[in-house]
Design a protein around this ligand. Structure first.
Ligand code: NAI
Ligand code: 13P
Length: 340
């Protein structure tokens, strides 16, 4: 193995977990965070005292609050900031990038306010010749940092680059698959967060296990239909980036998006729920961007649309449930698997 210089941008829970993974594989890895105080503490304790305080990080992992320096010294750039910060952090990195250094990201979501995919944001900033890839799949940061078995996938059009990202992260308990469908992979990772809120709400309202399974399956149908309208490949959504992450996030209580739904279903306000979680909850922005994309393609995605309305406080979870259950009866697949 050739040791790479890996720069990981975003010192939240997922950036920390992926940086630890690359460091464990022997790569010279630096985790960049914007908060100098937090970075100092991480350097002193070799722990992410804010997000994963009980877990020790590899001794060879380095920490920095100098974005320019980390960018200039990395062969592989891995962005793991929240989606709302992705365009600005990438714009800051761009002028300092080494020629030929590819960019991967593990952020899940869209550009805020435009519905642009993150690969579109990256292409606009870095040009079409820069190797790009998205790292996604069912992966709670805590479990990855603990070394529990996990499978993810890396999608990009530049096969050699995707393989190098996969190789940098793949390890004895961290399986990394590859594919070439960035759009489908990004769509799955973003939409599952919205659908996790729906199943969280249902579970918070104690609607039962049948309701949860029904929501996951009809949610997958919404993913597949939007994906088809956008030109993604169905198999991507049937794999780790879609179904895999959907199942994890809709059923696993480590999910912040599911926990937001659980709190709303139990009658808490969105402000109370977000404050209690204290971390990034991507669905809050993503629900609007999914609605924007669906409207652009004249698609009706009832579960996602109702989640957006609940998140905006336009309807209560009880009203959302009534609306969903009173929809017209129809065939499960009116026009084949991907019919409306
Ligand atoms: N935590 C997880 O298990 C997983 C998270 N993800 C995705 O990774 C992304 C990051 O999430 P987490 O690390 O979990 O979030 P987190 O809530 O644990 O941490 C967020 C981090 O982003 C930083 N940040 C916020 N705004 C920033 C800005 N403008 N510039 C630079 N840094 C900024 C914060 O300081 C903090 O360190 C999200 O898109 C999430 O959906 C994906 C897979 C797993
Ligand atoms: O993306 C994730 C797991 O794959 C993490 O989900 P949450 O952001 O809902 O915690």
């Amino acid at each position: 193995m050739n040791a790479l210089r890996v720069g990981v941008f975003g010192a939240g829970s997922w950036g920390t977990a992926l940086a630890a993974q690359a460091a464990r594989n022997g790569h010279v890895t630096t985790l960049w965070g914007r908060d100098a105080e937090q970075i100092r503490t991480m350097r002193d304790t070799h722990r992410n005292t804010r997000y994963l305080p009980d877990l020790e990080l590899p001794a060879n992992l380095q920490f920095s609050d100098q974005l320019e320096e980390v960018t200039a010294n990395s062969d592989l750039l891995l962005a793991v900031v929240p989606s709302h910060a992705f365009p600005s952090v990438l714009a800051e990195m761009t002028p300092h990038r080494r020629p030929g250094a590819g960019l991967a990201w593990a952020t899940k979501g869209f550009e805020l306010g435009s519905g642009r995919f993150l690969h579109e944001v990256a292409e606009a900033l870095l040009g079409h010749d820069t190797p790009l890839a998205v790292v996604t799949g069912p992966s709670f940061a805590r479990e990855v940092t603990q070394g529990l078995p996990t499978a993810v996938t890396v999608h990009g059009e530049h096969a050699a680059f995707s393989q190098s990202v996969a190789d940098a992260l793949h390890g004895p308990t961290f399986r990394v698959y590859t594919g070439s469908d960035m759009l489908g992979a990004e769509l799955g990772g973003a939409m599952k967060n919205v659908l996790a809120v729906a199943t969280g709400i249902a579970d918070g309202m104690e609607l039962g296990l049948n309701a949860r399974a029904g929501l996951i399956t009809r949610g997958l149908n919404e993913m597949l239909r939007l994906n088809q309208a956008l030109g993604g490949r169905a198999e991507t959504l049937m794999g780790l980036a879609g179904l895999g992450d959907l199942v994890l996030t809709c059923t696993g209580d480590l999910s912040r998006n599911r926990r937001l739904g659980l709190a709303l279903g139990k009658g808490k306000s969105i402000e109370q729920a977000v404050a209690a979680i204290g971390q990034v909850v991507e669905s809050i922005q993503t629900a609007d961007e999914v609605a924007r994309l669906a409207a652009r393609h004249e698609l009706e995605l009832p579960i996602c649309a109702l989640v957006a309305r609940v998140l905006h406080g336009e309807i209560t979870p009880q009203e959302g449930l009534k609306l969903l259950l009173s929809r017209e009866q129809k065939p499960e697949y009116p026009a084949g698997l991907f019919g409306a």
